[in-house]
Design a protein around this ligand. Structure first.
Ligand SMILES: *[C@@H]1O[C@H](CO)[C@@H](O)[C@H](O)[C@H]1NC(C)=O
Ligand SMILES: *[C@@H]1O[C@H](CO)[C@@H](O)[C@H](O)[C@H]1NC(C)=O
Length: 375
């Protein structure tokens, strides 16, 4: 957990500033551009009328995108082009998944990371040093006799519908509610949507072992901090009583309206067999991972040849696993995890991501946690 989220955030801002500065300089290096940037002089004007622009207009229509000016349109067209190139690179590096145009194809990598992720802190040294929020790691469970395939979505009611975090780096809050919704279902047999907004507005907890890793609403946080907060606050409200706005705001928590209480939480060992045992026995698990391949992900089992385990920047929910993932290419069948994301149902496989299992892919085994709830 070196660096913490603040470092990550500043780094992103610096990159954006550099990019803006470069754009500014190139625009101004042409003396004709001093007054008005003519569309035909735009650095992306070579894309006008190209197959890329045709795909771009189809994308705009499909996703109902609106751009405020011609200048913005030209800029987004250039970003879209870069993302098509990037999707091609991802396809080569990750041949068992399908990469291409997604709902996020008009956002630069930096914009995307700033707006749609939000785990504060990277997996520490060697990818096994956990942010443990002051609790230990759970005892090892027996792994013999686990089912070959398992999916909490089939246990009717353990997983709520895919949600949409919007342009707010609150993935950590969605990962947290996902764990609580599952644990509550297992404890009570009832499924309830729980409030991410309560966490976004009210939880400012910092990790006891990493003081820079704090929960900061739309600017990121950690699931283990959120459990600590909920144990102190008394519990979490339902989504209905404290609905999601996608913006950090004033805390409106009402202890009279608590829906679910957190009794305890624990880290899960960084061993994928243990993770499977905890998943089957205790419900969906919160995990952090490196999301670098997710902006262009369309479907299939993602199993990139290279994916840093140290750059954990996104919080999600593991809801199941499979023994043999269908893959469009000759690589055949791979064991995989079934991961619920919070980018809406139009992203990925109806809002879900499949990631190959067994090699700590993208650091997905470095920040794993679960809870015990009280109804
Ligand atoms: C959770 O919220 C979604 C969206 O509002 C709704 O469609 C779904 O029925 C809710 N689920 C439960 C269990 O209340
Ligand atoms: C909470 O879980 C930890 C294991 O992670 C355990 O050591 C501790 O006793 C538990 N606390 C309570 C109150 O159950």
């Amino acid at each position: 957990m070196s660096g913490g989220g603040c470092g990550l955030t500043y780094a992103t801002i610096i990159i954006i500033i550099i990019i803006l500065t470069c754009t500014f300089n190139t625009v101004n290096s042409n003396p004709d551009d001093h007054f008005i940037v003519q569309v035909t002089d735009h650095p992306n004007s070579h894309l006008l009328g190209s197959p890329t622009e045709h795909r771009f207009t189809a994308f705009i229509k499909e996703h109902g995108k609106q751009y405020s000016s011609r200048e913005e349109y030209m800029h987004r067209l250039g970003v879209f082009y870069k993302n098509i190139v990037r999707a091609g690179e991802h396809q080569l590096l990750d041949p068992t998944a399908v990469h291409g145009v997604t709902v996020f194809s008009d956002l630069s990598k930096e914009e995307f990371e700033r707006m749609y992720l939000g785990v504060n802190g990277g997996g520490g040294g060697g990818g096994v040093e956990l942010s443990n929020g002051g609790v230990g790691t759970a005892p090892r469970l027996k792994v013999e006799g686990l089912p070959e395939n398992f999916d909490w979505r089939e246990k009717k009611g353990a997983v709520t519908e895919v949600k949409t975090q919007g342009a707010c780096g609150a993935c950590w809050a969605f990962s947290t509610t996902g764990v609580l919704e599952g644990a509550n279902f297992i404890a009570t047999g009832k499924l309830r949507n729980l409030s991410e907004q309560q966490l976004v507005d009210c939880d400012h907890t910092c990790d006891p072992s990493e003081k820079d890793a704090c929960d900061k609403g739309c600017s990121g946080g950690l699931m283990t901090n959120a459990y600590s907060y909920l144990m102190k606050a008394g519990g979490i409200q339902s989504e209905e009583s404290y609905p999601y706005t996608g913006k950090s705001g004033e805390c409106r928590f009402d202890s009279q309206k608590i829906a679910v209480k957190v009794a305890n939480f624990t880290n899960i060992p960084a061993d994928e067999d243990q993770m499977a045992a905890y998943l089957v026995n205790h419900g969906p698990l919160a995990v952090g991972l490196n999301s670098v391949f997710m902006q262009t992900y369309i479907g299939g089992v993602s199993c990139p040849l290279i994916c840093s385990k140290k750059l954990v920047n996104h919080g999600v929910l593991i809801v199941g696993y499979g023994a043999k993932g269908y893959s469009i290419l000759r690589f055949g069948n791979k064991p995989y995890w079934i991961i619920k994301n919070s980018w809406g149902k139009r992203w990925g496989e109806h809002g879900y991501y499949k990631l190959c299992r067994g090699s700590g892919m993208c650091g997905m085994n470095t920040m794993v946690s679960g809870v015990v709830t009280q109804s």
